[in-house]
Design a protein. Sequence first.
Length: 297
Amino acid sequence: MKILILGCRGNLGTQLMKVFGADKKYEVNGFDQGDFNLLEPLSLTEKISELKPEIIINATAYNAVDKCEESGEEFELAKKINGTAVEYLAAAALKAGALFIHYSTDYVFPGDYKDGYKEDDRPQPINNYGRSKLLGEEAVIKKGGGESAGDKQEGAGLKYYLIRTSKLFGPRGDSPVSKPSFFDLMIKLAGEKDELEIVDDEASAFTYTPDLAAATKALIENRAPLGLYHLVNTTPATWYEAALELFKITGNNVKIKAVGSDKFPRPAKRPEYSYLLNTKTKPLRDYREALRDYLKK
Protein backbone atom coordinates (compact mmCIF):
# COMPACT_ATOMS: atom_id res chain seq x y z
CA MET A 1 0.00 0.00 0.00
CA LYS A 2 1.55 3.28 -1.11
CA ILE A 3 1.49 6.08 1.47
CA LEU A 4 2.62 9.71 1.27
CA ILE A 5 3.54 11.62 4.43
CA LEU A 6 3.75 15.40 4.10
CA GLY A 7 5.96 17.12 6.68
CA CYS A 8 7.88 13.87 7.02
CA ARG A 9 10.83 15.38 8.93
CA GLY A 10 8.84 17.33 11.52
CA ASN A 11 8.24 16.17 15.08
CA LEU A 12 5.11 14.20 14.22
CA GLY A 13 6.10 13.39 10.63
CA THR A 14 9.32 11.70 11.76
CA GLN A 15 7.35 9.39 14.05
CA LEU A 16 4.82 8.64 11.30
CA MET A 17 7.68 7.67 8.99
CA LYS A 18 9.03 5.29 11.67
CA VAL A 19 5.68 3.69 12.47
CA PHE A 20 4.61 3.09 8.87
CA GLY A 21 8.15 2.38 7.67
CA ALA A 22 8.45 -0.50 10.12
CA ASP A 23 5.53 -2.28 8.44
CA LYS A 24 6.51 -4.00 5.20
CA LYS A 25 3.05 -3.78 3.71
CA TYR A 26 3.46 -0.01 3.31
CA GLU A 27 5.53 1.67 0.62
CA VAL A 28 6.29 4.91 2.46
CA ASN A 29 7.08 8.14 0.63
CA GLY A 30 7.87 11.38 2.45
CA PHE A 31 7.87 15.02 1.35
CA ASP A 32 9.20 17.87 3.47
CA GLN A 33 10.44 21.44 3.04
CA GLY A 34 12.44 21.63 -0.15
CA ASP A 35 10.25 18.99 -1.80
CA PHE A 36 7.18 21.22 -2.09
CA ASN A 37 5.78 24.65 -1.29
CA LEU A 38 2.43 24.85 0.50
CA LEU A 39 1.96 28.34 -0.92
CA GLU A 40 1.99 26.78 -4.37
CA PRO A 41 -0.36 23.84 -3.75
CA LEU A 42 -0.94 23.14 -7.44
CA SER A 43 2.67 21.98 -7.84
CA LEU A 44 2.18 19.61 -4.90
CA THR A 45 -1.07 18.23 -6.26
CA GLU A 46 0.74 17.48 -9.53
CA LYS A 47 3.31 15.42 -7.58
CA ILE A 48 0.49 13.59 -5.85
CA SER A 49 -1.10 12.83 -9.20
CA GLU A 50 2.20 11.34 -10.43
CA LEU A 51 2.87 9.32 -7.26
CA LYS A 52 -0.69 7.95 -6.98
CA PRO A 53 -0.63 7.23 -3.22
CA GLU A 54 -3.45 5.26 -1.62
CA ILE A 55 -3.08 7.17 1.66
CA ILE A 56 -2.02 10.81 2.15
CA ILE A 57 -1.12 12.02 5.65
CA ASN A 58 -0.73 15.77 6.10
CA ALA A 59 1.52 16.50 9.09
CA THR A 60 2.29 20.06 7.96
CA ALA A 61 0.90 23.18 9.61
CA TYR A 62 1.46 26.83 10.40
CA ASN A 63 1.62 26.96 14.21
CA ALA A 64 3.09 30.37 15.15
CA VAL A 65 0.11 31.13 17.38
CA ASP A 66 1.13 34.63 18.47
CA LYS A 67 2.59 35.77 15.15
CA CYS A 68 -0.68 35.33 13.28
CA GLU A 69 -2.42 37.39 15.98
CA GLU A 70 0.09 40.25 15.73
CA SER A 71 0.22 40.62 11.96
CA GLY A 72 -2.40 40.63 9.24
CA GLU A 73 0.17 39.26 6.83
CA GLU A 74 0.98 36.36 9.16
CA PHE A 75 -2.70 35.57 9.58
CA GLU A 76 -3.07 35.46 5.80
CA LEU A 77 -0.10 33.09 5.67
CA ALA A 78 -1.70 30.89 8.34
CA LYS A 79 -4.96 30.77 6.37
CA LYS A 80 -3.11 29.78 3.20
CA ILE A 81 -1.17 26.94 4.89
CA ASN A 82 -3.83 25.71 7.33
CA GLY A 83 -6.82 26.38 5.09
CA THR A 84 -6.27 26.84 1.36
CA ALA A 85 -3.45 24.30 1.04
CA VAL A 86 -5.48 21.71 2.95
CA GLU A 87 -8.38 22.26 0.56
CA TYR A 88 -6.09 21.60 -2.42
CA LEU A 89 -4.65 18.50 -0.75
CA ALA A 90 -8.11 17.16 0.03
CA ALA A 91 -9.13 17.74 -3.59
CA ALA A 92 -6.00 15.93 -4.81
CA ALA A 93 -6.72 13.00 -2.48
CA LEU A 94 -10.30 12.83 -3.71
CA LYS A 95 -9.14 12.84 -7.34
CA ALA A 96 -6.62 10.07 -6.60
CA GLY A 97 -9.16 8.04 -4.64
CA ALA A 98 -6.80 8.19 -1.64
CA LEU A 99 -7.60 8.19 2.06
CA PHE A 100 -6.73 11.63 3.46
CA ILE A 101 -5.53 12.10 7.04
CA HIS A 102 -5.20 15.60 8.45
CA TYR A 103 -4.43 16.93 11.96
CA SER A 104 -6.16 19.79 13.72
CA THR A 105 -6.06 21.28 17.20
CA ASP A 106 -7.88 21.84 20.49
CA TYR A 107 -7.55 25.55 19.73
CA VAL A 108 -10.66 25.36 17.54
CA PHE A 109 -12.58 25.41 20.85
CA PRO A 110 -13.08 28.43 23.16
CA GLY A 111 -12.05 26.57 26.32
CA ASP A 112 -15.19 27.00 28.41
CA TYR A 113 -16.23 23.33 28.81
CA LYS A 114 -14.83 22.09 32.09
CA ASP A 115 -15.90 18.53 31.25
CA GLY A 116 -13.92 18.59 28.00
CA TYR A 117 -14.88 18.66 24.33
CA LYS A 118 -16.36 15.76 22.37
CA GLU A 119 -15.74 15.28 18.66
CA ASP A 120 -19.10 16.72 17.63
CA ASP A 121 -19.03 19.78 19.89
CA ARG A 122 -19.30 23.04 17.99
CA PRO A 123 -15.92 24.71 17.27
CA GLN A 124 -15.64 28.38 18.18
CA PRO A 125 -11.99 29.49 18.11
CA ILE A 126 -10.91 32.54 20.07
CA ASN A 127 -7.64 33.25 18.24
CA ASN A 128 -6.50 33.52 14.63
CA TYR A 129 -4.48 30.32 14.73
CA GLY A 130 -7.60 28.38 15.74
CA ARG A 131 -9.59 30.12 13.02
CA SER A 132 -7.02 29.13 10.40
CA LYS A 133 -7.09 25.49 11.55
CA LEU A 134 -10.89 25.49 11.47
CA LEU A 135 -10.71 26.52 7.81
CA GLY A 136 -8.76 23.33 7.11
CA GLU A 137 -11.28 21.23 9.05
CA GLU A 138 -14.17 22.74 7.10
CA ALA A 139 -12.42 22.11 3.77
CA VAL A 140 -11.87 18.41 4.60
CA ILE A 141 -15.43 17.90 5.86
CA LYS A 142 -16.90 19.64 2.82
CA LYS A 143 -14.87 17.46 0.44
CA GLY A 144 -16.25 14.47 2.34
CA GLY A 145 -19.76 15.61 1.52
CA GLY A 146 -20.68 16.96 4.97
CA GLU A 147 -21.39 20.35 6.47
CA SER A 148 -20.10 19.84 10.02
CA ALA A 149 -17.96 17.50 12.11
CA GLY A 150 -20.90 15.31 13.11
CA ASP A 151 -22.06 14.55 9.57
CA LYS A 152 -21.71 11.01 8.25
CA GLN A 153 -19.77 10.54 5.03
CA GLU A 154 -21.88 9.35 2.15
CA GLY A 155 -21.56 8.84 -1.57
CA ALA A 156 -18.39 9.45 -3.54
CA GLY A 157 -16.91 12.15 -1.32
CA LEU A 158 -13.42 12.30 0.17
CA LYS A 159 -12.46 9.42 2.46
CA TYR A 160 -10.82 11.02 5.48
CA TYR A 161 -9.73 10.86 9.08
CA LEU A 162 -9.65 14.33 10.62
CA ILE A 163 -7.67 14.11 13.86
CA ARG A 164 -7.69 16.76 16.55
CA THR A 165 -4.82 16.64 19.02
CA SER A 166 -2.95 18.96 21.40
CA LYS A 167 0.33 19.84 23.11
CA LEU A 168 2.65 17.47 21.26
CA PHE A 169 5.85 16.25 22.89
CA GLY A 170 8.40 13.59 22.06
CA PRO A 171 11.65 13.14 20.17
CA ARG A 172 12.79 16.05 18.01
CA GLY A 173 12.04 15.62 14.34
CA ASP A 174 14.72 15.06 11.71
CA SER A 175 14.24 18.58 10.33
CA PRO A 176 16.75 21.18 11.60
CA VAL A 177 13.83 23.56 12.19
CA SER A 178 11.87 21.13 14.40
CA LYS A 179 10.91 22.88 17.63
CA PRO A 180 11.62 21.58 21.15
CA SER A 181 8.58 20.54 23.19
CA PHE A 182 7.42 22.10 26.46
CA PHE A 183 9.20 19.39 28.44
CA ASP A 184 12.45 19.91 26.53
CA LEU A 185 12.29 23.62 27.30
CA MET A 186 11.55 23.01 30.98
CA ILE A 187 14.59 20.73 31.31
CA LYS A 188 16.76 23.35 29.63
CA LEU A 189 15.45 26.22 31.80
CA ALA A 190 15.81 24.17 34.98
CA GLY A 191 19.52 23.98 34.24
CA GLU A 192 19.75 27.74 33.86
CA LYS A 193 17.52 29.17 36.62
CA ASP A 194 16.89 28.64 40.32
CA GLU A 195 13.12 29.22 40.05
CA LEU A 196 10.60 28.90 37.23
CA GLU A 197 7.22 30.62 37.03
CA ILE A 198 4.77 28.43 35.09
CA VAL A 199 1.20 29.10 33.96
CA ASP A 200 -1.43 27.20 35.93
CA ASP A 201 -4.74 28.35 34.44
CA GLU A 202 -4.67 26.73 30.98
CA ALA A 203 -5.43 22.99 30.90
CA SER A 204 -5.57 20.51 28.05
CA ALA A 205 -4.02 17.18 27.02
CA PHE A 206 -0.34 16.51 26.39
CA THR A 207 0.17 14.07 23.52
CA TYR A 208 3.21 11.87 22.87
CA THR A 209 4.05 11.85 19.16
CA PRO A 210 4.98 8.12 18.97
CA ASP A 211 1.60 7.30 20.55
CA LEU A 212 -0.22 9.62 18.14
CA ALA A 213 1.56 8.09 15.15
CA ALA A 214 0.67 4.57 16.34
CA ALA A 215 -2.95 5.59 16.96
CA THR A 216 -3.14 7.07 13.46
CA LYS A 217 -1.97 3.77 11.99
CA ALA A 218 -4.48 1.91 14.17
CA LEU A 219 -7.36 3.86 12.62
CA ILE A 220 -6.31 2.51 9.23
CA GLU A 221 -5.50 -1.02 10.40
CA ASN A 222 -8.78 -1.36 12.32
CA ARG A 223 -10.82 0.12 9.45
CA ALA A 224 -12.31 2.64 11.87
CA PRO A 225 -15.34 4.52 10.56
CA LEU A 226 -14.30 7.54 8.55
CA GLY A 227 -14.67 11.00 10.07
CA LEU A 228 -13.37 13.12 12.93
CA TYR A 229 -11.44 11.81 15.94
CA HIS A 230 -9.82 13.21 19.07
CA LEU A 231 -6.47 11.50 19.73
CA VAL A 232 -4.64 12.69 22.83
CA ASN A 233 -2.97 11.05 25.81
CA THR A 234 -5.34 10.94 28.76
CA THR A 235 -5.39 13.05 31.95
CA PRO A 236 -5.73 16.82 31.50
CA ALA A 237 -3.01 19.03 32.97
CA THR A 238 -1.98 22.66 33.14
CA TRP A 239 1.54 23.69 32.15
CA TYR A 240 2.39 23.93 35.88
CA GLU A 241 0.98 20.48 36.69
CA ALA A 242 2.90 18.95 33.79
CA ALA A 243 6.13 20.60 34.96
CA LEU A 244 5.56 19.24 38.47
CA GLU A 245 5.23 15.76 37.01
CA LEU A 246 8.35 16.23 34.88
CA PHE A 247 10.55 17.29 37.78
CA LYS A 248 9.12 14.57 40.03
CA ILE A 249 10.17 11.96 37.48
CA THR A 250 13.61 13.46 36.86
CA GLY A 251 14.27 14.24 40.52
CA ASN A 252 15.10 17.85 39.69
CA ASN A 253 14.75 20.11 42.75
CA VAL A 254 14.30 23.38 40.86
CA LYS A 255 11.68 25.60 42.50
CA ILE A 256 8.55 26.18 40.44
CA LYS A 257 5.82 28.71 41.09
CA ALA A 258 2.28 28.59 39.73
CA VAL A 259 1.19 31.85 38.08
CA GLY A 260 -1.75 33.07 36.03
CA SER A 261 -1.49 33.51 32.27
CA ASP A 262 -1.70 37.28 32.81
CA LYS A 263 1.86 37.04 34.17
CA PHE A 264 3.05 36.43 30.61
CA PRO A 265 0.86 38.56 28.32
CA ARG A 266 0.70 37.13 24.79
CA PRO A 267 -0.98 38.49 21.66
CA ALA A 268 -3.16 35.39 21.16
CA LYS A 269 -5.76 34.46 23.75
CA ARG A 270 -5.53 30.81 24.82
CA PRO A 271 -8.44 28.54 25.76
CA GLU A 272 -8.58 28.03 29.52
CA TYR A 273 -9.76 24.41 29.36
CA SER A 274 -9.56 22.68 25.99
CA TYR A 275 -9.27 19.02 26.98
CA LEU A 276 -10.24 16.80 24.05
CA LEU A 277 -12.43 13.82 24.93
CA ASN A 278 -11.79 10.68 22.94
CA THR A 279 -15.23 9.06 22.68
CA LYS A 280 -14.81 7.10 19.43
CA THR A 281 -11.70 4.92 19.86
CA LYS A 282 -9.74 3.21 22.60
CA PRO A 283 -8.19 5.99 24.73
CA LEU A 284 -4.45 6.53 24.58
CA ARG A 285 -2.45 5.91 27.74
CA ASP A 286 -1.94 8.50 30.48
CA TYR A 287 0.48 11.23 29.38
CA ARG A 288 2.49 10.68 32.58
CA GLU A 289 3.29 7.12 31.55
CA ALA A 290 4.25 8.34 28.07
CA LEU A 291 6.44 11.05 29.60
CA ARG A 292 8.33 8.45 31.63
CA ASP A 293 8.98 6.48 28.45
CA TYR A 294 10.17 9.60 26.66
CA LEU A 295 12.58 10.51 29.46
CA LYS A 296 14.01 6.97 29.53
CA LYS A 297 14.79 7.21 25.83
